[in-house]
Design a protein around this ligand. Structure first.
Ligand code: GCW
Length: 725
């Protein structure tokens, strides 16, 4: 090889090395950055706590704790951390559980820790033999792990400890992510690349991503993951895949993350060689029992099944004239001896049913109240249609007093701008959690129903449809991480405010600079409402493009099912717009408690944000603001666009305070968002104008372009499209 060639190769190798190492701030590290500490006072504070830790236990979870403390020290100070197992000279931090640290009992902490439950923790100063220590203690290693992550969050964002003690335990016992990931690596409604599960290389290759995924979840208290799509593939339950699932479960276990799978109802036929999947057929029951026993041989702490049945073409018990209870109970019976659960989805609706789609889940499930076994959860979406930018809470939450109900939220932004639009979802999640169902009485919020407190249930469930994929930044766009984060934090403690969660996340993800904090928070807090305004203001819903749901499609009509069109939902005509769900219309309001029915039935008392969800009103209808409905709608669409303009400006202002790579990415995506917001406003207003016949108010930016142009846009390869069957 001549010298010239040689040096060329060397340069290439060097470039590769440099480019790999310049990946520092691409978002991969999420909120667990442990960024180098420059200020002496913060360095001193962190050092006084992290300096000399003792971790008493020796379990796999204790190793995880030790590793995480080490990563933090590496990040903050670039130095290794020596963790000891015994108290010694200068011990600063003491981490233990009742099981692994007798000293905790001697230090009279037993009673205090026991009341915190299995996953709770206590952070407090304790005195032992005349010395003072900072202790992170849990009844179990998992509790201690969550406590350590809490402490690390404080170290990343504060300059001193807040008032102690800190005592925390989760309000909901099963805090689960739902991946809509397919075995071929695609992700239904996934906008962040492909599935992070590398099925083909499993079980032999364990990607470091799996470990970082488990760390991230543990850091926010997520303790379960459903690995596969609810539009399920029976193949997942074959030995070939169970071995792979077991390898993933081994990775997750030390982080306290339990693994679950989706179960296709027709599996006994597809992989079991039976002729039926009738849940009352003895052979079918025996097949499921054997299958479940087999799964537990691979994964002794398997969490259970998530099932989508008799919905959107998925098979289910109704194929055999059996009820959802027959189907769910059959599976639950086989899981119960192992401690597993069934999460049976209430997302069922049929285009053959003549009733309003918003009513169908209640129609199906209410009569079954009290018929489900104890280890069945009915998993209910936040709203009765489908993860819209805004929906009133699902009436089922107030309608099943004897059944354990879980809440399903969508973290991935199927209907909120998908992979580029900044929409901070904590306000959306909280809007549902904080809704008063008035069932059985005032003050019974959705949160109190799903945490089991109203019904006195020990087990409870919350699920979030994941927004995670193979993109370097995990979630497609940087601020998408905040939605994963917010979901976990609210699942643990739904009383946290959206602002508090935003502050925590910004501090860890970008830094604690005041101006950065204030601008980023303002952007986040305005973002979801902006999306609602430029897509579906005043209670409009489901007017996105057909199937891919990307961009506006209020004109979508025809096709195989009316309930998959937009005109079904907005019902615009010459007279007015909106879906009449009062007693004179579909009467969906009668599914709510009388207090809500009364309030929402009258357009004068119905909150504006839900107006067109429940009412069909004339274009000239006088709004509370004094504007006509048409004017108000135009103003809202326009305001939404302007809000995004403001978000862009606020982000530009913090350029010097954010690393170049992430700043530029966010800035570019906000630009895309503004373009899309205009597109939404223009397309929707031009379309609705064909019914209202009115001109646009003078004080809005006039919608540009031709309606025919907007209608002509097609996106056959938009990401995340649902497979057709
Ligand atoms: O939101 C809709 C989606 C489908 C999804 C379905 C569901 C997994 O468009 O892609 O299928 O809901 O929740 O089952």
């Amino acid at each position: 090889m001549n010298m010239k060639k040689h040096s060329k190769i060397l340069i290439c190798v060097l470039l590769l090395f440099v480019s790999q190492n310049s990946w520092g701030e691409d978002g991969y590290k999420l909120w667990l950055r442990y960024a180098p500490i420059a200020e002496a006072s913060r360095a001193e504070f962190i050092n006084s706590i992290l300096g000399k830790p003792v971790v008493f236990g020796t379990s796999a979870t204790d190793s995880v704790i030790i590793k995480e403390l080490g990563l933090a020290s590496e990040g903050f100070f670039g130095k290794e951390l020596l963790v000891s197992q015994k108290l010694g000279e200068g011990t600063s931090l003491w981490i233990g559980t009742l099981g692994n640290c007798e000293l905790l009992q001697e230090a009279k902490l037993k009673a205090r820790i026991e009341t915190l439950g299995e996953e709770g923790y206590l952070i407090d100063y304790i005195s032992y033999e005349n010395k003072k220590y900072l202790a992170v203690a849990g009844a179990t290693e998992r509790g201690a792990l969550y406590g350590v992550f809490h402490l690390l969050r404080l170290l990343q964002t504060k300059s001193s400890l807040p008032d102690l003690p800190i005592k925390s335990s989760p309000k909901i016992t099963r805090r689960v992510l739902n991946h809509w990931d397919n075995l071929d690596g695609t992700v239904e409604r996934g906008y962040a690349g492909f599935s992070i599960w590398d099925w083909h290389r499993l079980p032999d290759y364990i990607s470091p991503r799996y470990i970082d995924y488990a760390r991230a979840n543990a850091s926010i208290g997520i303790n379960g993951t459903v690995l596969t799509n609810v539009n399920a593939n029976a193949f997942t339950l074959t030995p070939l895949y169970l071995e792979k699932v077991a390898a993933l479960a081994d990775v997750m276990r030390p982080y306290g993350v339990q693994v679950y799978l989706t179960a296709r109802f027709s599996s006994p036929i597809e992989i079991g060689g039976l002729e039926t999947a009738d849940p009352l057929n003895p052979e079918v029951r025996a097949w499921w029992k054997a299958k479940v026993d087999e799964i537990y041989e691979y994964i002794p702490d398997f969490g259970g099944f998530l099932v989508k049945a008799n919905s959107e073409g998925q098979p289910g018990p109704q194929n055999y004239d059996r009820s959802h209870a027959d189907g769910a109970n059959m599976m639950a019976e086989t899981l119960a001896p192992h401690g597993g659960v069934v999460m049976w989805r209430a997302f069922v609706y049929s285009h053959e049913a003549p009733d309003d789609r918003a009513k169908q889940a209640n129609n199906e499930f209410e009569p079954l109240d009290g018929k489900f076994l104890d280890n069945v959860f009915i998993q209910v979406k936040n709203g009765a249609i489908d993860f819209q930018p805004r929906e009133p809470f699902h009436p089922l939450f107030g309608a099943m007093e004897k059944t354990a109900l879980g809440l399903e939220l969508q973290i991935t932004q199927e209907y909120l701008g998908q992979g580029t639009s900044l929409a901070y979802l904590a306000p959306l999640f909280k809007e549902c959690l904080d809704s008063d169902t008035f069932s059985p009485k005032k003050g019974t919020t959705v949160a109190k129903i799903i945490d089991g407190s109203v019904q006195g249930k020990k087990e409870s469930l919350i699920a979030g449809v994941a927004n995670i994929g193979t993109d370097r930044n995990w979630t497609g766009y940087q601020f998408g991480q905040a939605n994963w984060y917010a979901y976990g934090r609210l699942a643990w403690e739904y009383e946290l405010s959206s602002e508090e969660i935003a502050e925590e996340w910004i501090g860890q993800t970008f830094g604690t600079n005041q101006q950065l904090m204030s601008n980023a928070k303002a952007i986040m807090m305005a973002s979801r409402e902006a999306v609602v305004k430029y897509m579906t203001p005043l209670g409009l819903h489901h007017i996105m493009g057909r199937n891919h749901h990307y961009g506006p499609g209020p004109w979508v009509d025809g096709g195989s099912r009316p309930d998959w069109t937009s005109v079904y939902y907005h019902k615009a005509d010459k007279e007015g717009i909106g879906f009449d769900r009062t007693a004179s219309g579909s009467d969906a309001l009668s599914q709510y408690a009388p207090e809500i029915e009364k309030l929402f039935s009258n357009p004068k008392t119905c909150p504006d944000k839900f107006l067109l969800w429940f009412h069909h009103l004339p274009w000239d209808y006088k709004m509370k603001s004094g504007n006509t409905l048409w004017e108000e709608m135009c103003l809202k669409y326009d305001e939404g666009v302007k809000n995004v303009g403001k978000m862009r400006k606020q982000w530009d202002e913090v350029k010097p305070l954010v690393d170049d790579e992430r700043h530029a990415e966010v800035a570019t995506f906000l630009k895309i968002q503004e373009k899309e917001a205009r597109w939404w406003r223009n397309a929707c207003l031009l379309y609705f104008q064909t019914f209202s016949g009115k001109s646009f108010p003078k004080n809005i930016e006039q919608p540009e372009g031709e309606l025919s142009y907007y209608k002509s846009l097609v996106f056959p390869y938009a990401p995340g499209i649902k497979p057709r069957w």
